[in-house]
Design a binder for this molecule. Structure first.
Ligand SMILES: C[S@@+](CC[C@H](N)C(=O)[O-])C[C@H]1O[C@@H](n2cnc3c(N)ncnc32)[C@H](O)[C@@H]1O
Length: 195
């Protein structure tokens, strides 16, 4: 754990806005982010996995490594994730490119996508990029346009960092799943679902 924190702090010092936090996600935050997830969830996409605290929690909850695709922009984190999680599909790419990287949920060979779990620093990303990530995630999870999987993310802000206009355009409903007060910094977890 100490090693993960040192690695994380080093990457934060290099690129604070893109890294989005000084420390990896703490235990309480990892638990909240993965509540309701299990071996039954099907395929899962994790965006911005960093050093893999949430990835480890997903595997501890019974998610099979081949069902997990982890997308991470920072090549040093991506390399670390490959070594730490054999069998997990680690993609070193921007999250906004996932549409071209992951087969959609109606691909019979690949199977449905039950959840997207995101640690992306939404507050420091441009609005159009956030919208692209959300639109693509729901296109992958709900390829026929109906209801489907859930997109779970956290924010260090007090409210959901998405405008009502954006939620309306993408037909999404946001629900606060709780606060991880012992995380540093404290974080709120939200789940988005298509309505
Ligand atoms: C808050 S940190 C992740 C924390 C992670 N849960 C952990 O415990 O290590 C956010 C991560 O998102 C990654 N990131 C930022 N922008 C990204 C993008 N456009 N696509 C993919 N990953 C991105 C950063 O490199 C960083 O690893």
């Amino acid at each position: 754990m100490r090693n993960q924190s040192l690695r994380f702090a080093r990457e934060w010092a290099r690129s604070p806005l893109k890294t989005g936090a000084i420390f990896p996600s703490g235990r309480m935050l990892c638990q909240l982010m993965t509540s309701g997830i299990g071996p039954f969830t099907g395929r899962i996409i994790e965006l911005g996995a960093g050093t893999g605290s949430i990835t480890a929690q997903l595997i501890a909850k019974g998610v099979e490594p081949p069902n997990l695709t982890v997308v991470e922009l920072n090549p040093s984190f991506a390399e670390h994730l490959r070594r730490r999680f054999p069998g997990v599909n680690v993609v070193n790419a921007p999250a906004q490119a996932i549409g071209a990287l992951v087969p959609p949920g109606n691909d019979p060979a690949a199977g449905p996508i039950g959840a997207v779990i995101s640690s992306l620093p939404f507050l420091s990303l441009p609005d159009d990029l956030v919208e692209q990530v959300l639109a693509t995630s729901f296109d992958l999870m709900c390829p026929e346009g109906g209801a489907g999987g859930a997109f779970t993310f956290f924010t260090y802000g007090l409210q959901v960092p998405l405008s009502p206009q954006l939620l309306g355009r993408l037909r999404l409903n946001a629900l606060c799943m709780g606060k991880a007060m012992l995380n540093f910094p404290p974080a709120r977890v939200f789940t988005l679902r298509r309505i």
